[in-house]
Write a protein that binds this ligand. Sequence first.
Ligand SMILES: *[C@@H]1O[C@H](CO)[C@@H](O)[C@H](O)[C@H]1NC(C)=O
Ligand SMILES: *[C@@H]1O[C@H](CO)[C@@H](O)[C@H](O)[C@H]1NC(C)=O
Ligand SMILES: *[C@@H]1O[C@H](CO)[C@@H](O)[C@H](O)[C@H]1NC(C)=O
Ligand SMILES: *[C@@H]1O[C@H](CO)[C@@H](O)[C@H](O)[C@H]1NC(C)=O
Ligand SMILES: *[C@@H]1O[C@H](CO)[C@@H](O)[C@H](O)[C@H]1NC(C)=O
Ligand SMILES: *[C@@H]1O[C@H](CO)[C@@H](O)[C@H](O)[C@H]1NC(C)=O
Ligand SMILES: *[C@@H]1O[C@H](CO)[C@@H](O)[C@H](O)[C@H]1NC(C)=O
Ligand SMILES: *[C@@H]1O[C@H](CO)[C@@H](O)[C@H](O)[C@H]1NC(C)=O
Ligand SMILES: CC(=O)N[C@H]1CO[C@H](CO)[C@@H](O)[C@@H]1O
Length: 890
Amino acid sequence: MIGHAVAALLLGSGLASAAAPLTSKAGDQVAIPDWDLKSSSDVSKDLKGLSKPGVDTSSWYHAGTSKCTIMACLINAGVYNDEDLWYSDNLNHVNWGQFLVPWIYRQEFALSPAKGKHFILQTNGITSKADLFLNGKQIADSNYQSGAYGGRTYDITNLAAEKNAFVVQVYPTDYLYDFGLGFVDWNPYPSDNGSGIWRDITIKQTGSVSMGPISVVVDIDVPVESSPAEVTIRAEAQNLETFAVTVDAAAVVTGDASCAGDAIKQSVKLGPGEKKLVEFKKTLKKPEIWWPKQWGGQPLYNAKVTFSVNNAVSDTAQTNFGVRKVTSVVNSHNDTQYSVNGHPFQVVGGGYGADMFLRWDSARFTRIVEYMLDMHQNTVRLEGKMEQPEFYEICDKYGLMIMPGWECCDKWEAWAYNDELAIFPPPVWDDGDYETANYSMIHEASVLQPHPSVLTFLVGSDFWPNDEAAAMYVNDLKNAGWQTPIIASAAKRGYPAILGPSGMKMDGPYDWVPPNYWYDTEPSADRLGAAFGFGSELGSGVGTPEMGSLKRFLTQGDLDDLWKQPNKNLFHMSTNLSSFYNRQIYNEGLWKRYGAPSSLDDYLIKAQMMDYEATRSQYEGFGALWNADRPATGLIYWMLNNAWPSLHWNQFDYYLHPAGSYFGTKVGSRIEHVAYNYQTKEVWGINHSLDKNGPRKVDIELINTSGKQLAKKSVNFNTKANSGFKVVDFSSQIGTLSSVAFLRLVLSDNNGNVLSRNVYWVTNSIDKLDWNNSTWYYTQVTKFVDYTPLSKLSTAQVSVTTGPGKPAPGVPGTQTRIVTLENKSSVPAVFIRLTLVDKSGNDVNPVSWSDNYVTLWPKEKLQLEVGGWDGSGASIQVSGKNVKATTVKL
Ligand SMILES: *[C@@H]1O[C@H](CO)[C@@H](O)[C@H](O)[C@H]1NC(C)=O
Ligand SMILES: *[C@@H]1O[C@H](CO)[C@@H](O)[C@H](O)[C@H]1NC(C)=O
Ligand SMILES: *[C@@H]1O[C@H](CO)[C@@H](O)[C@H](O)[C@H]1NC(C)=O
Ligand SMILES: *[C@@H]1O[C@H](CO)[C@@H](O)[C@H](O)[C@H]1NC(C)=O
Ligand SMILES: *[C@@H]1O[C@H](CO)[C@@H](O)[C@H](O)[C@H]1NC(C)=O
Ligand SMILES: *[C@@H]1O[C@H](CO)[C@@H](O)[C@H](O)[C@H]1NC(C)=O
Ligand SMILES: *[C@@H]1O[C@H](CO)[C@@H](O)[C@H](O)[C@H]1NC(C)=O
Ligand SMILES: *[C@@H]1O[C@H](CO)[C@@H](O)[C@H](O)[C@H]1NC(C)=O
Ligand SMILES: CC(=O)N[C@H]1CO[C@H](CO)[C@@H](O)[C@@H]1O
């Protein structure tokens, strides 16, 4: 008896939820809140039996959440923890063999069935596929419930009871055979290959008629500022009865003063089991326009649709939407160019990495969006990592555009002509695969459709879908009311007839190239990733974490390897099959340009300088050449962030610490900016704005490493919005340098307000690229610039004082701090790095700095602002290339 009492207590969540039905009225849609799980090897093979209420699952793992892959569930259950998994090569030692068999997820929940009530179970993707059992009956098999994005609905009215037990048998994922979420060469694979219930499974209560997803079609002409919008709200009605019913459908739009009117109503007759698309039309005479962040506000409208039968609500749902217009053209160079609200829109973005265990955290993602906007990016690309619905809501609210699409290099691109998969060719699609892909597209299109932040959809990444699949995808998107451009792939290798050329290039680089690479756009030659056209994934492969992060995931031996073994394969780089398993190409550049490191600290400051140079010049190159003869129409930096603590390919590390690659991007993408073109030794202006105005001035100054002025010039100009342009040729001053010098460019307005301040270290020559010796991932450098004099700089004395700032956005109740740097010396203070730390000296992240890794002129004073942290910051660590490390109390 004692044993039974314990077991009953441990049943826990099952019993607790049995008390309260999941849904209480028609229109309620609630996620099954929790899961117990166990390997199929350790439980009864009688899954029908397991799916009857009352089974003792006290010895199973308890997920404590409505969605988790098997590994994420096991982390939640305390079997593993991240800090251990991430440390050194521990991840390699997880027993992945345990995930080669199916796992069983189980949960009990209560409903209150009654005559006239209907219950719909909805999946949103289970990886890789699943058998579903409810109350002793199988309701789906894994041919039907297949694919990480395969969302399906099941009418469970006939099985619903007061006490329900639901069992999901989840099948293992092989990326080559199943429609999963793979990581290609981004990082080692999660031990379970992402298998599991990674998105919610919901139960919805309805009356006789249920509602499908709401879509909102918005038609508006340009100029959007003075045009009305014709809005069509659409939702499918399905009669769940075996007799005809009449549904009274009503839609209410809210959002601006003109919407205060009555509901738009209509009655629709539905035969037994019949489905019909119900449409409501509304004209917004003076709509409020949704803009990407840099161009305006993000007003959102709301549409609520209610289906009633016999005066009782049968189903109801709502969605936000925005009024905006996205178009694209493939220009005369075969490059795709987007426009948003009638204005040519240069895509300035980064490639998103989902968490390795696909865990979702809205607060974390919100900080990531704030980081992207702080770096002046306007777009995030999702290569087959379409996330949870909150992802899109957050982007709508903040004004960040999204470029979703399918992923490369596995089952999703198992085309006979895909030579990337030649070594391990996955089987080409059979009928079942087309059906899985079809339902995946239908599901994702319905989730994405209403969101104004969705710029486009890429139905392929490295390869284009064949004609049959492309026609299917396009049909699914159109049926969902899709209005933004559908693009064949992220590369120029080929295209399906229905879509035509993608206009996007995927020609690298992915590993280190020097800063002049981007500006070398020699029109007669194929300059691969240089700043022309639309680069869908490209970068110098940089993103070296700083010490505070490195010591969290590397042993002393691993840390030593970073600077003592420059060619060694490193577990935290990529998979061991990839071209990115070591830092050899990067390190060759670092050793030859900056000199062999004398310590890990020396390695890291040199690495941050390399990373900063790399991202700054990439964003500046694309910004400057945005309206060149062959315009640079977009760039997606490869990558924005990582799935785990990685040593490369990011703009901030896994712990959200912003370092060199972050501030290079932030400076290089400023809305109004002035940049140095390494290739031509010219100064260029960049203007990403539509509405800034007034005359502008650039002050240019060149000093040598002793701080002596070598040249100085001021230029006044007027330019047009949304453009890049040459300001002045500075080649005679720079071409005659005898050693490294510093170039400072300061852009200001008529009132002397500084809009952009930007310092370079330059020499009279540039790194020499051997374009003919390029691979798909980099271009060989045959002669490196010499920055080694930077290691012989005299030490600069910098004073650092802090003072109160203003209330900080983001974290309530916190203030920003003003940090004043003053160079007391006659030599420049180079690449000053500021790190906010807590009382114990640990990095405080996330954090926002107005600027960082700055270079001060002799005697120069500069004010920076730090904010957006949780209040635990106690001091600032200060160091730099020629600045002694100190710590200053806040
Ligand atoms: C994960 O997928 C790879 C192929 O992409 C496969 O070789 C491996 O066996 C899979 N692992 C598991 C645990 O299913
Ligand atoms: C654009 O692509 C088409 C084929 O789709 C080709 O015929 C044409 O020459 C290309 N134009 C340029 C400028 O490369
Ligand atoms: C995709 O699914 C839709 C909706 O069920 C169906 O009408 C269409 O025929 C399917 N397409 C293919 C190619 O299977
Ligand atoms: C790569 O890593 C896998 C998984 O850890 C291991 O089984 C394999 O032996 C490694 N291959 C090479 C070439 O190192
Ligand atoms: C950006 O464009 C506006 C509008 O034409 C102009 O007034 C402003 O001076 C420009 N800024 C730069 C840096 O070119
Ligand atoms: C910097 O320029 C001054 C003045 O020409 C010169 O005396 C000094 O040697 C130069 N410093 C270096 C490091 O070249
Ligand atoms: C690179 O290759 C092109 C075409 O093969 C050739 O015309 C050119 O001379 C080569 N350039 C160099 C620097 O070898
Ligand atoms: C390419 O670079 C490799 C390695 O530096 C060199 O051995 C080879 O000769 C180069 N090939 C060409 C065509 O320049
Ligand atoms: C101590 C010192 O020399 N301070 C100077 C630093 O530079 C600013 C101008 O940038 C001068 O105003 C200070 O006198």
